[in-house]
Write a protein that binds this ligand. Structure first.
Ligand code: MN3
Length: 199
């Protein structure tokens, strides 16, 4: 398969004031588009051509760093756009809420630890809520890495590369992460991934 840039399912200005039209235009139309086109060039002629995106990500990890970087970022961003919605945040769906409390202590502790993972990621990377061995965990990863490479399945992830927040928040990464959790998260999509991961 070759990589294809997905359309956003909401308008570029739909996440304002928490994420601006300008940020989404650059982030989706320039950054994500570049991962797609570079990834396609790097994929061509490799043994991973024709595999699923997940297989390309895990197959390239530690083997073909340039391909991994672009394929993983393509995977991460496909989900990232769906992890947000207008009027997001709010109540965590029941089943996922129960599991968060069981594995991570409380909703408040989850939120604080998830934000801290993003703040504590030195330089570019991502913060995640993921399922590993049937349990929810919070982790952070550098650059394009994601939970797939450590045998976990992502439930929720947030991009902490500066291109994701610098236009709107400048250097205030913690404010961006707080707005993401409180006002942008599409919990229905997170629950969908959670259900699939624990099946
Ligand atoms: Mn990004």
């Amino acid at each position: 398969m070759s990589f294809v840039l997905p359309e956003l399912t909401y308008a570029y200005d739909a996440l304002q004031p928490y994420m601006s039209k300008e940020t989404l235009e650059f982030h989706h139309d320039k950054h994500h588009a570049a991962y797609v086109s570079t990834g396609n060039t790097l994929l061509k002629g490799t043994s991973l051509e024709g595999k699923t995106l997940e297989e390309i990500v895990t197959g390239a990890y530690g083997q073909n760093q340039p391909l991994f970087n672009n394929a993983a970022q393509h995977y991460n961003h496909i989900h990232f756009w769906k992890w947000m919605k207008p009027n997001g945040g709010g109540k965590v769906p029941g089943k996922l809420e129960k599991k968060i409390i069981e594995d991570l202590g409380s909703l408040e502790k989850f939120q604080a630890d998830f934000i801290q993972a993003g703040v504590g990621q030195f330089g570019s990377g991502w913060a995640w809520l993921a399922v590993k061995d049937g349990k929810l965990i919070i982790l952070k990863t550098p650059n394009g890495e994601n939970p797939l490479v450590s045998g976990a399945k992502p439930v929720l992830g947030v991009d902490v590369w500066e291109h994701s927040y610098y236009i709107d928040y400048r250097n205030r990464r913690a404010d961006y992460l707080k707005a993401f959790v409180e006002n942008l998260v599409n919990w229905d999509y997170a629950e969908e991934l959670f259900d699939a991961a624990v099946k």
